[in-house]
Design a protein around this ligand. Structure first.
Ligand code: FRU
Length: 445
């Protein structure tokens, strides 16, 4: 029997609540993964702090505890999301200090301070004093007080920062700032779509993958469609034509994906972690009753295929966790496992007699046929023309399914009663590997 759904392959908090990945980087021989953390409440009812995991190889992780608390007037109501920049022997961290004034406010156009705060560290754990780089007065007059989530990088000798914003006319935008010294920042441009695209763009990230420049955002307020934008909020990327956001593609079509952030590995791969969860959801994750909620996705490499399209794949480091291989047949398997399969046409893959992936023509659906397995989730649909390959990494309470070599991904939590689950498929041939878990220690120094 499985009664706690603790993940084996995904980073999750020892107790309490986790949301966005923050401050992702490689620094002084370690990958650093900071995250939005509320240790005192599994439902996230409390101030947000930054928790910290680090790893030399993406397989052995150490939880290093809380590294940033809301302990100044400029971040007293939350150390919100932000990013990392490595410069020689210093790690620079940038985040949003959230401030809520007492009184009768809507906290959109009044009552909120959104400060960009800068700290430095030499070991990833011990932080310098905090200094405020930007305040409400530094943002364009047409913005509300929802301006947050600085992502900073260096390009052509200058430092750049993107911030997500909600404007007064309820359209989302990204503010692009520029600095020569990391201290003084000036607004360079405002990036927005030709037609309005939601009221708020959270967690922006801007980068190029082999010459394709993309603006990743988590937009709020998009109308739901049958095969797109099915979750409460979305997450995806615009391809940029110069500064102009053009086509938008969702990163993930499953139930549980939001607020991704990327960084570059020492060997030059663009790797992204997402939050395997969403705010304001209308379903219940049963781990809450056990004292914690949410995890990050697997680290995923974002790459360009031969035709120039962006794709995602689990980082190759995870292949080292594969144990015995065997052909894909209907069977019972212990979690976690990894599966690679080929399809010639329509196919189905059913896990634990209650979670089914079905490809019919160009339509792929992920459906909980057993409601108890999904904690309230129902069905998600995507258009995947000519779907020929399936890679599924199934952890103790989640699946990440990469279709057509990472052209379309479905990520969702599921809660099987046992960590021995059934697998049935039609129309697929392939291989299954047992997986060893990550090694995670919680020795807070
Ligand atoms: C995204 C987000 C960010 C914010 C953080 C607060 O999930 O709302 O915009 O900085 O979470 O935890």
């Amino acid at each position: 029997m499985q009664d706690n759904w603790r993940q084996a392959l995904h980073l999750e908090p020892p107790q309490g609540w986790l949301n966005d990945p923050n401050g992702l980087c490689w620094f002084h021989g370690f990958y650093h993964v900071y995250f939005q953390y509320c240790p005192t409440s599994a439902e996230g009812n409390g101030d947000k702090l930054w928790g910290h995991y680090r790893s030399a190889d993406l397989l052995h992780w150490q939880f290093r505890g809380v590294v940033l608390h809301p302990d100044t007037p400029d971040d007293r109501d939350g150390v919100y999301s932000g990013s990392a920049l490595v410069q020689e022997d210093t790690l620079h961290l940038f985040y949003t200090g959230n401030v809520k004034e007492p009184g009768d406010h809507d906290y959109i156009t009044s009552g909120r301070g959104a400060n960009v705060i800068h700290v430095t560290t030499h070991d990833g754990d011990t932080m310098s004093a905090k200094s405020v780089l930007l305040r409400n007065k530094d943002y364009p007059a047409d913005c509300t007080q929802h301006v947050r989530d600085p992502k900073v990088w260096r390009e052509n000798g200058a430092f750049r920062m993107v911030l997500g914003a909600r404007r007064r006319d309820d359209t989302g935008a990204v503010l692009l700032y520029r600095s020569d010294d990391l201290t003084h920042w000036t607004l360079d441009r405002v990036l927005t779509s030709d037609a309005p695209f939601g009221y708020m763009w959270e967690c922006p990230d801007l980068y190029a993958v082999n010459g394709v420049r993309v603006l990743s955002i988590s937009p709020q307020g998009l109308p739901h469609e049958k095969t797109r934008f099915q979750n409460v909020y979305q997450s995806g990327y615009f391809v940029l034509d110069g500064d102009r956001p053009t086509t938008f593609t969702e990163w993930d079509m499953g139930f549980d994906f939001y607020a991704p952030q990327s960084f570059v590995t020492p060997d030059g791969r663009r790797v992204m972690f997402g939050w395997m969860g969403l705010p304001d959801i209308d379903y219940t994750n049963p781990t809450v009753a056990r004292g914690w909620q949410h995890c990050l996705t697997l680290p995923r490499e974002v790459f360009r295929d031969a035709a120039g399209h962006l794709r995602q794949r689990p980082v190759r480091e995870l292949d080292a966790l594969r144990a015995g291989a065997r052909p894909l047949t209907d069977t019972t398997l212990s979690l976690p496992f990894d599966l690679e399969a080929q399809a010639q046409g329509d196919f189905t893959l059913t896990l634990a007699h209650g979670l089914s992936l079905t490809c019919t023509g160009e339509t792929v659906t992920l459906t909980f046929t057993d409601a108890s397995l999904g904690g309230g989730r129902t069905t998600r649909t995507a258009l995947v023309p000519d779907c020929r390959t399936v890679r599924a990494i199934v952890d103790r309470s989640s699946v990440e399914i990469y279709l057509n070599a990472g052209a379309c991904v479905f990520t969702t939590r599921f809660y099987p009663a046992s960590d021995l689950i059934s697998l049935q498929s039609t129309g697929l041939t392939g291989t299954i590997w047992r997986m060893n878990g990550l090694e995670v220690t919680h020795n807070v120094p």
